[in-house]
Design a protein around this ligand. Sequence first.
Ligand SMILES: Nc1ncnc2c1ncn2[C@@H]1O[C@H](COP(=O)(O)OP(=O)(O)OP(=O)(O)O)[C@@H](O)[C@H]1O
Ligand SMILES: [Mg+2]
Length: 479
Amino acid sequence: MKIYKKQGDTVQIICSPEESVEKGDYLHIEDRKLKKGLIVQVVDIQFANLPGILEDMLRDVMTEEYVPGRDYDPLNVSSQIDILKDTKLLVCKIRGAVENGRVRTEASWLPSRTTSRIVHYPIERLASTKGAKRPVTLGRTRTDSLTVDVKMLDGRLNIITGKKGVGKSHLSKLLILSLIKNGAPCLIIDINGEYVNLGLGKDDKPSPVVGKISVLKPGVNLRFSLAGVGLKTFLDTMIYALDLPRTSSKVFCRIWSELEKSGNLNLNSLNEMIRRFSCHESVREAIYSRFSTIMDLELFTDDPRLEFDFDLFVERMNGGHAYIINMKDEHSISRRLIVELFISKLTEQLSDMRLRAVFLFAEEAHFYLRETYWDDIVTRMRHLGIFTTFITNQPDTVQESVYRQADNIFMFNFTNEHDLEAVSRVAKIDGESLRLIVKDLPAHRCLVVGDIVRDFPVVINVDPLEVQTMGQTRHFFQD
Ligand SMILES: Nc1ncnc2c1ncn2[C@@H]1O[C@H](COP(=O)(O)OP(=O)(O)OP(=O)(O)O)[C@@H](O)[C@H]1O
Ligand SMILES: [Mg+2]
């Protein structure tokens, strides 16, 4: 391999056809005179366009058609020309430099074109965390495995994105399992009901973490009391999920306060009170229709024994536990209400210092997260201790601020220009590298960028899991 060109942070390298190179590989351009080297990453592999090659290939095509049989090649140059035709041009981005055996992220000098030696550089030395206290192996490159520290998800905002069926939920399960193993509190909003068997091995036997996982099914083991939910959350749901007009919301506040004062806050009396409260008919109608919609979801109960125990939730979470909310087949209002409720409860418990932190995993959050929460999650809630991982196959549904502020990004394949445009807003990697690498990723292969790989973008094959991942799409034709 030889350096051909350097322009800005892009280096082009001429590479022989025999050399095995893949997109995402790291190369070390070692200048033996200066005793230092550049670390570059291959982002695209092209053919080297040498002068005269086109002419030669055109001649090949023409003679193939008109002169059958073997070419007469007395000087035996055709094999050399064939090699030249297949010579590769590697488009690489400078990611750092090595000086005195130490890797730095800045490099402002040029290695020699003639005396430099170019060799593969092991990813393990760049991105893996040596001596990690909480190691997790995310996957493998062609030659190394990538082991990182789960701590790098702590206090961070993460995104897992890619088109349908490429392995996003699989990776998110891998991260959740390693968080649980390390005693971290996780809350998973599972809209497809595919995380519910995370505690079971492939052989249906319980895995060692089974005791640390609880699955919540709304209406079954997840029901709330009016007092437990509180006026603010109840009202927010009526306003944001059910469009209750402002004037009506004031009246609803009065109704609720009166019941609270008289110590009679339960479903029946609230129902009665709305029906006979003295206010304009249209206001009553507005409140009552929303109230009925919420009641139809069967998420509320007056029986304290059936009510979800938030104190136990906090206690378990602090000791390291994962709660999976199975939202499969749930009505969109029920999803919104539950998320609204949990986020408001979490912020309350985190501000009171009762809860230490929460790793929140949100699949396709645009289905249930209201507009005003996005910025909140990026800023205020992160400071309180809610560390979110967004998982989506529709990258344009995630707000731009999330991409800009994300600390770790796990990107699977995207081919659609519109999707690539949305994801190229991430600040941790240049848009050109991202587009070139992500476009060609096969399923289960992902580009990892951010703190977790010490800001060296790495392409890995995500490791398989020993638990039931349940991500398969159902099919009618079985062959
Ligand atoms: N690294 C992997 N090794 C082995 N199997 C995998 C891997 N990644 C994903 N799979 C399998 O591929 C299938 C699809 O994966 P997954 O459900 O994670 O995709 P997805 O990107 O979340 O899809 P969707 O966009 O539909 O949610 C699943 O059956 C899963 O078990
Ligand atoms: Mg999925």
